[in-house]
Design a protein around this ligand. Sequence first.
Ligand code: ADP
Ligand code: MG
Length: 292
Amino acid sequence: ATPTSIMVGTGKAAEMGILFRNGAALQTLQEAKVIALDKTGTLTKGKPELTDFSVQGGFEPKEVLSLVASAEAHSEHPIAEAIVASAKAQGARLLEVQDFSATPGFGVEARVNGQLVQVGADRYMTQLGLNVALFAEEAGRLADEGKTPLYAAVGGRLAAVIAVADPIKDSTPEAVHALHKLGLRVAMITGDNRRTAVAIASALGIDEVLAEVLPGGKVDAVKDLQGEGRKVAFVGDGINDAPALAQADVGLAIGTGTDIAIEAADVVLMSGDLRGIPNALGISQATIRNIK
Ligand code: ADP
Ligand code: MG
């Protein structure tokens, strides 16, 4: 492309709230065959809410909620914020905590009132040697509704199954539809439960799902998609999206996301509105077509 056409394209994009960091990104974006998107905070609002909390095995629901929320009060994960907010709204007491530790992509544990409290994904419970079979059916049903099922154990015994749901952004369905119309494959990359991810993806018509990806694993997920020499654009907002944004042929960051993601990206969408992605592609295509 000529320097002039790139300047024109970059300017047009900027007017629409799409910042191309470099001319190369404007030229490469239209070569993308796949658009991969982070789920939490990109396809969804990133503000989950607690929707379900059911206790089994003779535990007292109020007490379990209080123990779980007390442990989660020390985590910065959006899931933790959802649990704490709901517990507070229900009048649960937050208790003092000792020995808090978080395992990214798995869950958290702490000692609350002298009791060991562990909260996290089914793979976390499995890693701890706890059998989730008793709750598996309910967790599966919750996941099929697009909710994220979590488990809580108290004193090394499974006590509750919990679900949080993160609403889809208003602009997501339209953005996915527009990307399909531009001839792209749409993929989702997430650390979330596979069944939850599949439920959300199929509701949106997303073509490919890479789920239960560990925090450091998004780079490999992007590499997988690049496998057959396909050019891949990746869209993300979080700290752990930065390496994948750099690995992708074009990295697009959500401007409302973390600074680290924005710094690693080639393109910044000033708002959280995902229609910026097909718009950016359209401008890239038009720029290249004009100069051919
Ligand atoms: P994502 O950004 O897609 O949510 P993460 O790697 O942050 O992915 O988390 C993956 C999974 O690990 C979550 O869906 C949840 O099951 C579990 N997890 C992580 N942090 C916590 C936490 N503080 N409390 C409970 N579960 C957690
Ligand atoms: Mg995210």
